[in-house]
Design a protein around this ligand. Structure first.
Ligand code: ATP
Ligand code: MG
Length: 332
């Protein structure tokens, strides 16, 4: 198994797919074998950035049980050492994957043979997307520097933190119920932060002789998202990126690593009609320089073990919806 790098974003259209394609091309140019997996089911378009024709069976074949092995879906991209597992647009989207299929895809991802396996996830923080994103403690979040995109990046991280905490305890546990209760009753800006809540939960668990709370805090402490700021404009971007770092540290206890700042670059949209990544057609473009900065950091980093989390079919969000329904409050 190679190094797994899931790539997500709170907001759509911030450049995850072009970033993934180009990061793959750069890592491949460093002599690494890279498999890109299009997990944006329902909105799969990674193949277009690579100039691969949309005629190969993709991840949908696993979903429809036509194919068991993800490795049988790997196709060449025309770029040395860079391979693709296409997505499928006939699927209703990653958000709708059932638990067994998700677990099967996760297992298959871990069995792909490559130096790097990059996952292009769908936008947003649906719990299936978050579960793929949580497969590594140092997954990538792409954001644009504008306030709405950064707020979405923050809520993506917050959802991931809650999901990690939730998955640290067993199905049907009292702790999971407490987490739901906390989310339902909390008004933003009031009461405990997520971090204080998680610490309280761990303390109570320890008093009862449990170890899952302490383990959850340890996993939270190991989360170190790699943030890419894409479509930069220069001026005030650093201030807003700094704000994201501060509120994530204070409220969630999550530290992050900014691995690249990429400028808005008119060559990027032009490259889509080239049907080849800019890293191949214009290696000196400013976009590619930014991607290379990220690739260099990734190539230097030691690989981190995946979080040891429980995986089952219990879903925080539907439990929250249920709690709202029972209250007679409006459904989320
Ligand atoms: N640095 C950049 N400069 C200019 N244009 C960019 C840059 N990065 C991405 N784009 C353009 O932004 C658009 C969205 O990019 P992309 O499809 O990669 O985003 P995405 O996050 O994958 O979107 P989705 O959430 O829909 O999957 C594309 O037209 C792409 O060419
Ligand atoms: Mg995309």
């Amino acid at each position: 198994m190679g190094v797994l790098i899931p790539i997500g974003s709170g907001k759509g259209g911030v450049g995850k797919t072009v970033f993934t394609a180009n990061l793959g091309a750069v890592l491949a140019s460093y002599g690494k074998t890279v498999v890109l997996v299009d997990l944006d089911l329902g909105g799969a378009n990674l193949h277009t950035c690579l100039g691969v024709r949309n005629k190969h069976p993709g991840v949908g074949s696993i979903v429809w049980k036509k194919e068991k092995r993800l490795e049988n879906l790997v196709v060449p991209t025309g770029i040395d050492r860079l391979f693709l597992v296409p997505g499928d647009n006939l699927l209703p989207g990653t958000a709708n994957l059932d638990f067994f299929t998700k677990r099967r895809i996760m297992k298959e991802l871990l069995e792909l043979t490559a130096d790097y396996v990059l996952l292009d996830l769908g936008a947003g923080a649906s719990y299936n997307v978050i579960d793929f994103w949580l497969m590594a403690p140092d997954s990538v979040v792409v954001t644009a520097p504008e306030i709405p995109a950064v707020l979405n990046a923050y809520s993506f991280l917050k959802t991931a933190a809650f999901r990690l905490l939730f998955r640290s305890f067993g199905k049907g546990s009292a702790e999971r119920e407490r987490i739901v209760e906390f989310v339902v009753n909390r008004t933003e800006g009031q009461g405990d932060t997520f971090l204080a809540f998680a610490e309280g939960l761990a303390r109570e668990d320890a008093e009862r002789g449990g170890t899952k709370g302490a383990k959850a805090l340890e996993e939270l402490g190991r989360l170190r998202p790699r943030v890419v700021v894409n479509m930069g404009n220069g001026q005030d971007d650093a201030t807003i990126a700094q704000r994201l770092r501060e509120i994530s540290a204070r409220n969630l206890g999550i530290g992050m690593e900014y691995i690249s700042y990429i400028m808005r670059d008119p060559y990027v949209s032009a490259s889509v009609s080239d049907r080849a990544p800019l890293a191949v057609t214009a290696p000196e473009a400013s976009f590619v320089r930014g991607v290379r900065a990220a690739a260099d950091r990734i190539a230097r980093a030691p690989s981190a073990p995946a979080p040891g989390l429980e995986l089952d079919d219990e879903d925080l969000f539907s439990m929250i919806e249920k709690a709202f329904d029972e209250d007679g409050s409006p459904t989320l």
